[in-house]
Design a protein around this ligand. Structure first.
Ligand code: PFF
Length: 450
């Protein structure tokens, strides 16, 4: 079914929506916990190098393909090439979307529960250990986390049914800057905590003895996850870009905003982890068991805790709608199902897998595949395999398959803006990004060792 294609109403709307997809639980929930699991500072360095040398060029590549083809990820490759091979990017993208939204909904559900705990003033008077207890009792339960997940998925589906501009642009513009202000306030408090300096050292002082194949794979996977890359989300958004959107500066702005928020989250969390003697490698519960301790200390903590969890849920929502959009675009544009039906179908199926993720924290925690519970498995497969592989193919497509003059036209807006260095860009997408991704894989599965 052909629906008329919407476009973003302003340049800020474009950046806000792409940033809204990139900035989410990945920055505030996931970045601190996998940095914590991988030794802090040295993870940060590898991750930043990957963002710069792989993330930004792959994002520019998604933008080039999306705006040129004016289509979703499947239609795009059909439009730009006769070969059926590139369909694989779409297939992996839809799988990744399905997997990611499954566990994303779990964590978004936790966020909603913590919002309610904040509203009911349930953190006050509890010490760090009791807050940890509060989190594990709740997240290991069989009903409450499932109910919140279903509510979250229903809200996501309703917004996706509403369409692009109305749905996405409106919410992102006002709320994201507010989230930054609150995190900054948490940073100031965290840094001045007694013992907080140790947390900053953990985050910023690299200990190179911690380098490992797992660290490289985790850092690469997280670079893709946090920037929403490798599965066609930003490609689909770019198909709604206007002709004068500068693809290079938009990529750099989105990557910078995303990185700054992750760093600000880290600066709030690690000093608190050390000041309250909790565990930096606490895993997925890290942000939930750490930040309530700070809220207890700051003036206005009650109000700020409510605002924080509310805005975190909104940040999760602007990302989850972009993930659901990939599956919906696939079903509605490729399988001829109406948008509303496609959304209901996709959201329901994802909720079913999502509930299994949620239960894998508690009741199903003994059910392991390759040593991982369902939650961890879907995260690893999507973030560390599907997204980087998708990114590798996307950069190869732009580097080797697309006509160079098309790449130049898109990057320069048909001669209207200067391209900083087309040679550097071509080097990154032809050689560096694909080879580096390939190398990290082989290293990760133990085929090569350094
Ligand atoms: N980038 C989002 C975050 O950091 O929370 C998560 C995400 C959104 C991953 C969209 C992948 C994606 F396609």
């Amino acid at each position: 079914m052909k629906t008329e294609r919407d476009s973003f109403s302003s340049k800020f709307g474009v950046i806000a929506a792409a940033a809204g997809s990139a900035i989410g639980l990945g920055n505030i929930w996931k970045f601190p916990y996998i940095a914590g699991e991988n030794g802090g500072g040295v993870f940060l360095i590898v991750y930043l190098v990957f963002i710069l040398l792989i993330g930004i060029p792959v994002m520019m590549s998604e933008f080039i393909i999306g705006r040129k083809a004016h289509k979703n990820v499947f239609g795009a490759f059909r439009e730009l090439t006769n070969s059926g091979f590139w369909k694989i990017i779409g297939v992996m993208g839809v799988m990744a979307a399905f997997f990611i939204l499954s566990f994303y909904g779990t964590v978004a559900g936790w966020t909603m529960e913590f919002l309610i705990l904040a509203i009911t003033d349930s953190f006050s008077g509890r010490d760090a250990h009791e807050i940890e207890q509060l989190f594990s009792t709740f997240s290991e339960g069989a009903y409450k986390p499932v109910i919140f997940q279903i509510i979250f998925m229903a809200i996501t589906a309703l917004i996706v049914i509403g369409g692009i501009r109305k749905g996405i642009e409106k919410y992102t513009k006002i709320l994201m800057p507010l989230l930054i202000v609150i995190i900054l306030y948490l940073d100031i408090t965290a840094v001045s905590l007694k013992g907080g300096g140790e947390g900053l050292r953990f985050l910023f002082n690299p200990d190179f003895s911690k380098l490992s194949p797992k660290l490289f794979i985790d850092a690469l996977g997280h670079a893709f996850f946090t920037l929403s890359l490798g599965m066609g989300v930003l490609m689909t958004y770019a198909s709604y870009f206007q002709k004068d959107t500068n693809l290079t500066s938009t990529s750099v702005s989105v990557a910078m905003a995303d990185t700054i928020i992750a760093l600000l989250a880290g600066i709030a969390i690690f000093p608190a982890v050390f000041a309250f003697s909790t565990e930096p490698a606490a895993g997925p519960g890290l942000v939930f068991i750490t930040l309530p301790n700070i809220f207890e200390l700051i003036p206005g903590g009650y109000v700020f805790s409510i605002l924080f969890f509310l805005l975190l849920a909104v940040a999760a929502l602007t990302s989850s709608i972009s993930i659901l959009e990939v599956v919906v675009a696939y079903l509605s544009e490729e399988k001829d199902i109406s948008r509303t039906k496609a959304t209901i179908l996709a959201a329901s199926a994802i909720t079913v897998t999502g509930v299994l993720c949620t239960l894998s924290i508690g009741p199903l925690s003994d059910f392991l595949i390759f040593g991982f519970n369902i939650f961890e498995l879907l995260d690893k497969v999507a973030s560390n395999i599907l997204l980087p592989l998708g990114g590798m193919l996307i950069s190869i497509f732009v580097g080797w398959k697309m006509k160079r003059h098309i790449v130049i036209d898109e990057l320069s807006n048909y001669g209207k803006v200067r391209i900083a260095s087309i040679h550097l860009f071509m080097f990154l997408v032809r050689y560096l990004a694909p080879i580096a991704i390939f190398f990290v894989f082989l290293h990760g599965i133990g085929i090569i060792k350094i």
